[in-house]
Write a protein of this length. Structure first.
Length: 752
C-alpha cells in the first residue's frame, strides 16, 4: 500500500490553519460571551439608571405638591384659629381671610377659594362663582387633602389643577378650602425632566389626561395607540395601573418602552417614553461585533475597543443621568447627599450637626447681575463652604439654586456651635472681598442619640434646619438660627401675634409711655422719648422686644409708627390747649421707612391735623437701619425743612458711625446704652479706657455741633462722669423708667 507523505510546508500550513481555527474559535467564544455579557449589562444598567431618574423626578414633583399643600395647610390652620375666636358666620369670616391671603399666596396659585356644599365659591380676589359640588370630592369627607386632575374652567383660559381641604364645624363639613394652580407653573418646575434626545417624560392625572407633555397641544387630552393589540397601554389604563415597564406605540407609529411610576400624594402617573431605537442600537453593536470577530480577530479586538468606548460613554451618561454631581459646583446633589448622609448616621450612638445654607436675596442677585454672574457667585460660595466641611470630615451637597446642605459628625453640641460660629465669621470675612456683595444665612439642626427612635430622618433634619433658617427672614442682624422645640413655640406665638395685631391696633390695645430726658447741667427735664407697649387681653402686657422685631419683619411696624405719632400729637395738643407745661417728645422712625417722599407725606398728613409747633417733635432714626446714606440724608433734609429736629438713635451700634457724622445732617446723637453697660463694673464704676473713648466721642460730637444724649444711665457714677465731660442729656433708670401718661405729667410738674 502506497503511503501519502505530507510535505513539511503543507503540514506547517495545515498546522497554522488548525491553530488559527482553534484560536479564532477561542477568541470567538470568549469575545461572544464577553460582548454578550457587556451588552446585556448595558441594557440592565440603562433601565436601572432610568429608574433612578424616575425616582428623582417623582421626588421633585412630590416635593412641589407638598409645598403647595403646606401653603394651603397654613391658611387652613389660621382659618381654624379665627373660627374658634369668631364662630359667628364662618362663611363671611373665611371670605374676609381669603381676601387677605390673596396678597401672600404662593406665586403658582391662581386663586384661593372657599366652596360651600351648595356650589357657591368665594374667590380670594373678592368675586364669587358657581362650582359643581359633585366634581369636588373633598366635600365627601373621604379626603384630608384632595389633589384634582386637569381642568380648564370657564373663567380661565388656561389649564389648572386644584388642591382642596375640607373645613369642619363640630365634625361637620361646612365647605372646602382650595387653591387653583396654573399647570404651566408646574410644567416650568419640571422643565428639566429629560435625559436624551429619544427620551421624554409625561405626567398623567388619575383619569389619564396629560398634565405635562413635551407637546403643548396634547395637554388635557388622553391617548390610545393605533395598534389595537396595545390598547391596554392607553393613558387611561396607565393611570389606573400600578408602576410598570411595558411596550407601547407613539403617535408617529414607532414602538417605544414606557416606564411608569406613581405620585402617591395625588394618584398621578409619571411616565418615561424610551425609543426602541435606543435599545436596538445596543443589540446592533453586538451583532456587528460578532460578524467582525468571525472575519478578523484583529477586528474583533477593535470591535471590543469600540464597545468598551461605547460602554465608557454610556457610564458617563449614566453619571449625568443619575445626577450624582452638581454640574456647576461638582458637589453632590441633594439626592446623593441624602444617600451618603444615611450611611453616616447609621451608628445610633453618634451625634451630628446638619446645616442648611443659602444666600439672602439670591433671586435679586440673579435678576440684577445675570445668570452667569450668579453661577460664579454660587461656585465661589460653594468652595468657601467646602473648605470648612473638608476640615471637619463632613459631607456637603447642593440643592436647588443657592441651597447647600452640610452634615458633620460631632462630639458635643456646645463645641460644634463654637466651631460653627468661628467658621461662619471666617467665611463672612472672606466673602466681603467678592465683587458682588452677598450675605449668607444658615439653619441648624442636630441629630442626637435616641432621635432615630423618634423617627428622625435626614429629610426631617433638613426640614428642621430649613424651618429654623426661615425664621431669620430679612433680619440682617441674625445670620443663623438653631432648631429646637422653643423655636417652634416662638413661631406659633408670632403667628398668633400676627393674627391679632391689626385688631389690636383698631381696639387701641397699644399705648404710649414716656421716658424723660434730663439736662446734665441742672437735672431738669428737657424732653422725653415715646415708647410703645401692648396690653393685650389675650397675651397680657408685652414689652417691645416681644413684638417690634416681628412687626419690622412683616412690615406692620409702619402702621404702628403712625399710630404712636398720632397718640403723641394728641397728648401734646391736649397739654397746649390747657396751657399746661410740656417738653419736646421724640418719636421713633422704624427701619422700614425707606421712601422719603412717602414717609413725609404720611407723617405730615397726621401732623397737620393738630396745632403743634414742630419744635416740640423730634424724630429718632436708627443708625443700624440705614443701608443707604443718601436716603437718610434726604429724609433728614425734608424733616428740617418742616421745622423738626432729627436724632440718630443707638449711635455707635452700627458699622459706619464715624463716616456718617460728616454726611448726615442730624441734630442729636443718642449713644447706645451698650457703651455704658460694657464699660461699667459691678460697683458701677467705668474703666479708664472706656472713659477716654467716650470722652473722645463727646468732643467729636461737639466739634460737629451735635447735641449728645446718653441712653442707659443707671448709676450716679455714670451720671457724674457724663456731666464731667459735658454730655448734654441723659436718659435711663437713674432718673426715671418709662412712665404712663399720668405719671409723666406729674414728673414734668416736679422736674421742670
Amino acid at each position: 500500500m502506497k503511503k501519502h507523505n505530507i510535505s513539511p510546508e503543507k503540514a506547517k500550513l495545515i498546522s497554522t490553519l488548525l491553530v488559527s481555527i482553534i484560536f479564532m474559535a477561542i477568541v470567538l467564544s470568549i469575545s461572544n460571551l464577553y460582548t454578550k455579557r457587556l451588552l446585556n449589562n448595558a441594557k440592565d444598567e440603562y433601565f436601572e439608571n432610568i429608574q433612578i431618574m424616575m425616582d428623582g423626578f417623582e421626588r421633585i414633583i412630590s416635593l412641589q405638591l407638598n409645598a403647595y399643600t403646606n401653603y394651603l395647610n397654613a391658611y387652613y390652620m389660621d382659618i381654624n384659629i379665627q373660627l374658634r375666636n369668631n364662630p359667628e358666620d364662618p362663611t363671611q369670616k373665611i371670605t374676609q381671610l381669603l381676601t387677605r391671603y390673596n396678597y401672600t399666596k404662593h406665586p403658582d396659585f391662581l386663586d384661593l377659594y372657599y366652596l360651600t356644599p351648595n356650589g357657591k365659591a368665594y374667590l380670594s380676589d373678592g368675586t364669587s362663582i358657581f362650582m359643581n359640588p359633585e366634581l369636588h370630592k373633598s366635600l365627601s369627607g373621604d379626603y384630608d387633602i384632595f389633589i384634582s386632575g386637569i381642568c380648564k374652567p370657564s373663567i380661565r383660559d388656561q389649564y389648572i389643577f386644584c388642591i382642596e381641604k375640607p373645613v369642619y364645624e363640630t365634625h361637620k363639613i361646612i365647605g372646602v378650602l382650595g387653591a387653583s394652580i396654573n399647570l404651566e407653573k408646574l410644567k416650568n418646575r419640571t422643565t428639566g425632566l429629560k435625559i436624551g434626545s429619544r427620551e421624554s417624560f409625561m405626567l398623567l392625572d388619575k383619569d389619564g389626561y396629560f398634565l405635562v407633555h413635551s407637546r403643548p397641544d396634547v395637554i388635557g387630552l388622553k391617548y390610545t395607540p393605533k395598534d389595537k393589540s396595545l390598547a391596554h397601554t392607553s393613558t387611561e389604563n396607565l393611570a389606573k395601573s400600578p408602576a410598570q415597564t411595558i411596550i407601547s406605540q407613539a403617535d408617529d407609529g414607532s414602538y417605544i418602552y414606557l416606564i411608569t411610576s406613581k405620585i402617591p400624594e395625588s394618584g398621578w402617573t409619571l411616565s418615561l417614553k424610551v425609543s426602541m431605537n435606543e435599545i436596538n442600537a445596543i443589540y446592533a453593536i453586538q451583532k456587528r461585533s460578532k460578524i467582525m470577530i468571525i472575519l478578523f480577530s484583529i477586528i474583533t479586538i477593535c470591535a471590543l475597543v469600540f464597545v468598551e468606548a461605547k460602554m465608557l460613554d454610556f457610564f458617563q451618561k449614566k453619571q449625568l443621568i443619575e445626577t450624582v454631581y452638581d454640574p456647576l459646583t461638582n458637589l453632590w446633589t441633594r439626592v446623593r447627599f441624602e444617600k451618603e448622609a444615611l450611611r453616616m448616621i447609621r451608628n445610633p450612638r453618634s451625634k451630628f450637626i446638619l446645616i442648611e445654607a443659602d444666600i439672602r436675596g439670591f433671586k435679586f442677585i440673579n435678576q440684577n447681575y445675570g445668570e452667569e454672574a450668579a453661577d460664579q457667585l454660587i461656585l465661589y460660595y460653594s468652595k468657601a463652604l467646602s473648605r470648612y466641611v473638608t476640615e471637619y470630615h463632613g459631607i456637603i451637597g447642593r440643592g436647588f439654586a443657592d441651597h447647600f446642605y452640610i452634615l458633620i459628625k460631632i462630639n458635643s453640641v456646645h463645641k460644634a456651635m463654637n466651631t460653627f460660629r468661628d467658621k461662619m465669621n471666617i467665611i463672612t470675612e472672606e466673602i466681603k472681598s467678592y465683587e458682588i456683595p452677598f450675605f449668607p444665612k444658615f439653619g441648624i439642626s442636630f441629630l442626637m442619640p435616641g432621635d432615630r427612635a423618634k423617627g428622625n430622618t435626614i429629610q426631617s433634619l433638613i426640614g428642621q434646619a430649613s424651618f429654623a433658617k426661615s425664621t431669620i427672614k430679612d433680619n440682617l442682624l441674625t445670620q443663623y438660627s438653631v432648631y429646637n422645640s422653643k423655636l417652634l413655640e416662638k413661631i406659633n406665638e408670632e403667628r398668633f401675634i400676627e393674627s391679632h395685631m391689626q385688631q389690636a391696633l383698631e381696639d387701641h390695645e397699644f399705648f404710649v409711655m414716656y421716658q424723660p430726658k434730663i439736662s446734665l447741667a441742672n437735672d431738669k427735664i428737657v424732653g422725653a422719648e415715646a415708647l410703645v407697649r401692648w396690653n393685650s387681653p389675650k397675651l397680657g402686657l408685652m414689652t417691645p422686644d416681644k413684638f417690634i422685631p416681628l412687626f419690622e419683619q412683616n412690615g406692620f411696624i409702619t402702621k404702628l409708627d403712625y399710630y404712636v405719632y398720632e397718640e403723641v400729637f394728641k397728648f401734646i395738643q391736649k397739654r397746649l390747649m390747657k396751657d399746661l407745661p410740656i417738653v419736646p417728645i421724640s418719636v421713633n422712625m422704624s427701619r422700614n421707612h425707606n421712601k422719603p417722599e412717602k414717609f413725609m407725606h404720611d407723617f405730615m398728613e397726621i401732623f397737620t391735623k393738630y396745632s403743634i409747633p414742630p419744635k416740640l417733635i423730634q424724630i429718632e432714626i436708627l443708625e443700624r437701619s440705614v443701608m443707604d446714606n443718601s436716603t437718610l440724608s434726604d429724609i433728614t433734609d425734608k424733616l428740617h425743612k418742616e421745622g423738626f429736629s432729627v436724632a440718630m438713635d443707638d449711635f455707635g451700634s452700627g458699622e459706619s458711625s464715624l463716616n456718617m457724622l460728616t454726611k448726615i445732617p442730624v441734630d442729636v446723637l443718642k449713644f447706645d446704652r451698650e457703651f455704658l453697660n460694657a464699660s461699667t463694673d459691678k460697683e458701677g464704676r467705668i474703666d479708664k479706657k472706656s472713659e477716654k473713648f467716650i470722652h473722645i466721642l463727646i468732643d467729636l460730637s461737639k466739634n460737629l455741633d451735635k447735641q449728645t444724649v446718653f441712653e442707659g444711665v443707671e448709676t450716679q457714677a455714670q451720671r457724674d462722669f457724663l456731666r464731667s465731660i459735658n454730655c448734654d442729656q441723659a436718659q435711663g433708670f437713674f432718673y426715671s423708667k418709662p412712665l404712663s401718661e399720668q405719671d409723666f405729667v406729674q414728673f414734668i410738674r416736679i422736674h421742670s
